[in-house]
Structures are given as C-alpha cells and as structure tokens.
Design a binder for this molecule. Structure first.
Ligand SMILES: [Zn+2]
Length: 474
C-alpha cells in the first residue's frame, strides 16, 4: 500500500499580505511535500487562509470594505505569492469556504453531544491581536509580549470546552511521542505549559460577528482559533467525505511557528480527543525570522514582499537561502546582503560553475549513462546524509550534504585535470561520465529545494548541451 503523507502549514491570517516570514513556512512545507512525492508517497499538502475574527472585520472597516471583499483580495495575494514561489500545495483552504463552515458547526455540535461544553461568565484580559485571553503574569510592562499593546478587560457569557479533562491524556501522548513535538526544547516547553494551570478554553464569542455561528446558539460565533484549527480536518472532508477523511487523517505533520505552539500542541489534540478523533502525529515548530536583525513588523516598515524578492533575485535563490542560512528549528536573521553572498558563493560559483564545467567537457563525448568509480561512495554518502537530514526536518544539513558532493566533484576535477587528457581516450570518457552521474544526482537532491534549477540541469544533461548560466552573479 502506498504510504500517505498529510502535511499542513498554518492558515495565515488575512489581516495583512504575505511576507517573507510566511513564505519561510510555506517554502519549507513545499520542500517536504516534493521530497515525499519523489518517494512515491501519496502526499496531501494543505495551506490556506484564516479569514474570520474581529481583527479582520476591523482591518476591512479601516479601508472601507466589507469583510468578505477584504479577505477575497488578501487570500488572492497569498495564492499569487505561492504561485510565484512554486509552492505545490494540493489544496488552498479558506475558513470562509462553505464546506469548512459546515464542518466547524458539525464539530462543535459533536462537542456538545459529548457533554464537554458548558456556559459560563468570563472576565479576563484579552489581546485582540492574539485573538486570545492573556494572563497577567505573561505581560511585559502590562503589555502583550507579542504585540506590545495593553490588553482589554472583557466580560461576557461564553461557551467553554472542558479542556482540563483532556490535559492528562494529551500530556501522556506527548511524553510518549505519540504526538511528536520537535525540536525537543519545544516538547519540554509544552509539557511545562500543561503543568501550569491553563484553565478551560472559551470556544465562542458574543461580540464577534464576523465568524461562524454556533449550531446551538446563533448569537455566538466560534472562537476564531477553534475555527482555524479545524481547517486541518475540514479540508480533507470531515463530516462530509468519510472515506477521504479516513484516508488522510491523522495529519503526519503540522508545520508551525513558535507563537502558536499552545494552540496546536495542547488545545488542538484535546479538542480532537474530546470527539474521539486521533491527534496529529507530529508537530514541528520553526523559529522566527528577523530582517537585518529587526523583528518583522508592519509598523517598522521592514516587511519584504516575497514576490518582489523573487523577481529581483530569482525564485530558487530565495528558496535556497531561506532554508540554507537558518537552522529550521531556531530563530534566524534574513539579510539581503547574506542572500547576495550565498547566491554568488554557493549558487553561481559552487553549483553553477560545476554544472557549466562538466557540460563543457561532456559536449565533446557521447556520455555513458552510469559509471562506478571514485565518486560513487561520495554520492552514496551524500544521499544518505541528505535523507537523514531531511527526514529529521533539518533543511540546512540536507543542503550541506549536497554541497559537500559539489566540493567532492570540484576536487575530482582538479585531481584528474580532464582538460589535459586526450579527448578520445577512455580515461577522459570515464572522468566525464563519472562527473555527469554525480551532477545528475546533485540535481535530484536539489529538486525539492530548487525545482526549476534542478529541471534545467537535468534537461542540459539529457540533451548534453550547455545552456546559459544557471545563476548569473549578482
Ligand atoms: Zn497579543
């Protein structure tokens, strides 16, 4: 039976256009999707947009638009960005899709049926930007640590989910790695959060009208976080297409940023367990990008449009840089200067030069398909290291393995000096054939990361014809 691989990114909040931080998550997810497809797995790669909530209604109002018009425009911008960046998603879900809204109402109804919902008066500090209640102890100088704004004191009657009933089981699943949370420090963070008093989870809002109304109380809408999390099951047919749903659920991997850890690692599995569904198998948390050392923020005016970036430097340079420069689980800095340096050093000089050199040599012979030789163990090692790294979601290590092989090929060229050999000799043919085999393997390793570049290299090898430079120097 073909193995399935169900992979998700968060649904992105449509109060602003995509930036390089959201592009980072989607490029990473795309590499994994392409890698698993190359392994002939049945991949389902989901991304989308989170379109409900007070913040969006507010943002729409500010530009004199209806929420619906507003989210239509922003979700189109996301789609356009993913198309430019070659993001090969299988489905783009919008939380305003009719199927999603129906699925959410079914799920909430299920919670009610299971007796895990109750009504209560709630008074608390609320950060509208987090769309979440915040605790006094987490504030910095009385302000939200993520948004730097003072939370509001709100009081309303809401529906609550009996979260505490499921914390024990969720904790156990995380401890046993049945819900695998990576990197390890994030797993420890989640376990310590569970040990603190999380209280219960309010799952509805009275004052938010731009949302999905509760199936049993039309005056309240589903808390936008619960609405958003449910996209992972509604996208594959929850409550509608059982056979498709069962084929893909549970998710094999949720890729997320560290600011939404609590929602994904605690609330989400708890909600699933409450309705008798399996929790996701794995959650991988990546770090945050800064830009030239500064936090990405609209108010600082340092957001970078991924489309402009790709037009200026090339899509594959952007994809490569995002995953090569920063170790994926850690925070990292995005600097245009470093991007230029890596483009010139790794891509133009390293990869580009090797490909051009080898194809110049091979134009003189009719290359053999496959030769075992000095480079064979290097190729095998690169493939092994690469696979180990990528399975562990260590993108920069996977790329390093490919670049070590590029270095091995360069050394092999220097050592054998094919330009000094008689072009009709067996030795010349062997050297060039070995190099061609290695370059082809390099292209295959790079294919999930740089699909266009890999295709160009493979085409040149197939036609045995050198084309223009893969990466013109910046
Ligand atoms: Zn906040």
């Amino acid at each position: 039976m073909t193995k399935k691989f169900y992979l998700t990114t968060p649904v992105y909040y449509t109060n602003r256009a995509p930036h390089v931080g959201t592009a980072y998550t989607n490029v990473a997810a795309d590499v994994l999707a392409r890698y698993h497809r190359q392994k002939d797995e049945k991949v389902f790669f989901l991304t989308g947009t989170d379109e409900h909530g007070e913040k969006i209604a507010q943002a729409a109002k500010e530009v004199d638009k209806l929420p619906r018009e507003f989210v239509d425009k922003i979700s189109d911008e996301f789609k356009k960005t993913w198309s430019v960046l070659n993001i090969s998603y299988d489905k783009f879900i919008r939380t305003t899709d009719k199927e999603h809204e129906e699925g959410v109402r079914k799920f909430i109804f299920q919670l009610k049926e299971k007796g895990v919902i109750y009504q209560d008066k709630y008074q608390a500090l609320y950060c509208p930007n987090c769309e979440d209640f915040v605790q006094k102890k987490d504030l910095i100088d009385g302000k939200c640590p993520y948004h730097g704004k003072e939370p509001e004191l709100v009081s309303e009657t809401n529906y609550f989910f009996k979260l505490d009933k499921f914390l024990g089981p969720v904790k156990e699943l995380i401890e046993k790695d049945e819900i695998e949370i990576r990197p390890g420090e994030r797993k420890r963070e989640v376990l310590s959060m569970i040990n603190q008093d999380l209280g219960n989870l309010s799952i509805s809002r009275e004052k938010v009208s731009w949302g999905i109304s509760l199936p049993f109380d039309e005056k309240q809408t589903v808390y936008v976080w619960v609405d958003a999390l449910l996209n992972y099951i509604t996208a594959i047919g929850y409550g509608k297409d059982e056979s498709n749903f069962n084929q893909y659920w549970p998710a094999d991997l949720h890729l997320i940023g560290k600011d939404i850890l609590k929602f994904h690692a605690i609330y989400w599995p708890a909600l699933l367990l409450a309705t008798g569904l399996k929790p996701p198998k794995k959650i991988f948390i990546h770090g945050f990008l800064t830009i030239n050392g500064q936090k990405i923020s609209k108010s600082l005016g340092n957001t970078i449009d991924p489309i402009e970036l790709s037009e200026k430097y090339g899509v594959d340079t952007v994809r490569y840089f995002l995953l090569r420069e920063i170790s994926f689980g850690q925070d990292g800095d995005f600097s245009i200067k470093r991007l230029g340096e890596r483009h010139n050093a790794d891509l133009a000089n390293g990869l580009g030069n090797l490909v051009s050199r080898v194809l110049t040599l091979s134009e003189r012979i009719k290359p053999e398909e496959k030769t075992r030789g000095e480079l064979t163990p290097k190729i095998d090692k690169a493939k092994k290291d690469y696979q180990k790294a990528i399975e562990g979601i260590k993108f920069s290590e996977a790329l390093e393995a490919a670049w070590r092989l590029i270095g091995d090929c360069d050394n092999f060229v220097e050592k054998n000096k094919p330009w000094k050999l008689d072009k009709d000799s067996e030795q010349f043919k062997d050297v060039v054939s070995e190099l061609l085999t290695a370059v082809k393997e390099i292209a295959l390793l790079l294919k999930p990361f740089m699909p266009e570049t890999a295709e160009k290299i493979l085409k040149q090898i197939k036609e045995n014809k050198k084309a223009e430079a893969l990466f013109p120097r910046l």
